[in-house]
Design a protein around this ligand. Structure first.
Ligand SMILES: Cc1cc2nc3c(=O)[nH]c(=O)nc-3n(C[C@H](O)[C@H](O)[C@H](O)COP(=O)(O)OP(=O)(O)OC[C@H]3O[C@@H](n4cnc5c(N)ncnc54)[C@H](O)[C@@H]3O)c2cc1C
Ligand code: FES
Length: 317
């Protein structure tokens, strides 16, 4: 089923629409270094068949401190040709889980659950789409760009990173877009500054009708808030810390605004990770644009459901 703004609620975990996630033992077909990042291609035909841009896989890792699965956005799927049945993700090796993954090699097998979460909705009208990515957050936007182009939509991109080495796959960005603007914090590649420094001008030049973004949370907040000022609709792939990845633990909550203006916590693993940027109540979140953590909960916030009692959970055991 193609995701649109209207049907994506039917695509969450366990809904009987054929897009239900699977758990699979997936062989690593290839693993390659791309600048500061690693790309892994998995043999995962059941996941490839179901996946849409914006969804993620949850990968079991090993070693000390790695009890929980690690979530990674799907950056590409192949459904035909010699690579049919493969799923790619890109990661930055910085902690125990991603460090362990960086040590895996071709033919190792990973325990993977996916695809999880709600995908990016595709516009129902012929609008020009601006994709804004930061760091490894650019990778899943390539998957989205392919789908948008298949729909006959114009795709422009802003690709940002701290330094030149952390710009992900500039050549692919040029290949799949009508125009691409690069920014780096230190000016080592493209324009010096942040993606938000160029967003208004690029959107104007490209006649942008909708913005999609993926990257670090402070960047996403800045992009979403700027889009609101510019009255541009935005869809934001959030990256909140996750424990279970399947809606059980409420670790991953994000405050969102309802139509009546109140704030409700939503689980980014099953209600997201993609949200309408204008609906995220950033001022109630812990994410600041380059600032300290904020709690600012001066609005009514829906509490998570009460924890089950031991009796409810275990019966007489
Ligand atoms: C929906 C989603 C998509 C993601 N996509 C990618 C991707 O494409 N590439 C990539 O490199 N990383 C991605 N991340 C972040 C990635 O999951 C973390 O970098 C990774 O879990 C870190 O594990 P670690 O053990 O190496 O590091 P540690 O920082 O030691 O992780 C310890 C714990 O914190 C959690 N955690 C740490 N950083 C993050 C983070 N930024 N987001 C969520 N949980 C975190 C871990 O899951 C783990 O439980 C994504 C996260 C989410 C939620
Ligand atoms: S990570 Fe457990 S509910 Fe989202």
């Amino acid at each position: 089923m193609k995701p649109t703004l209207h049907n994506r609620k039917t695509m969450v975990l366990g809904r009987p629409n054929g897009d239900t996630p699977v758990r699979a033992a997936c062989e690593i077909i290839a693993r390659r270094r791309e600048g500061a990042y690693w790309t892994v291609s998995l043999s995962a035909p059941d996941i490839a068949e179901r996946a849409h841009p914006g969804q993620f896989v949850n990968v079991a890792v090993s070693g000390p401190g790695t009890l929980l699965r690690r979530p990674f956005s799907i950056s590409r799927v192949s459904r035909q040709g010699p690579a049919a049945g493969t799923v790619d993700f890109v990661f930055d090796a910085h902690g125990p889980g991603t460090g362990w993954l960086a040590d895996r090699t071709a033919h190792d097998v990973l325990d993977v659950v996916g695809p999880l979460g709600n995908p990016f909705p595709l516009p129902r009208q012929k609008v020009s789409c601006l994709l804004v990515g930061g760091g490894y957050g650019v990778a899943p936007l390539f998957f989205l760009a392919e789908e948008l182009r298949r729909e006959g939509l114009r795709v422009d991109m802003i690709v940002g990173a701290a330094t030149h080495e952390r710009i992900f796959n500039a050549i692919e960005a040029k290949r799949i877009t009508a125009s691409v603007t690069f920014t780096t914090d230190d000016g080592s590649f493209g324009e010096e500054g942040r993606v938000t420094d160029v967003l208004e001008q690029v959107a104007k030049d490209c006649g942008t009708g909708v913005v999609y973004a993926c990257g670090p949370m402070p960047m996403l907040r800045a992009v979403a808030e700027q889009c609101q000022e510019l009255e541009l609709p935005s869809q934001i792939a959030t990256e909140e810390h996750m424990a279970c990845g399947v809606g059980v633990c409420w670790t991953c909550v994000i405050p969102t605004r309802t139509k009546d203006g109140s704030v409700r916590m939503k689980r980014s693993c099953i209600d997201g990770p993609v949200f309408n940027g204008a609906r995220i109540a950033w001022e109630n979140s812990r994410w600041e644009v380059g600032g300290p953590l904020v709690t600012g909960a001066d609005q009514p916030i829906e509490e998570p459901p009460p924890r089950p009692t031991d009796d409810e959970l275990w019966g007489n055991a």
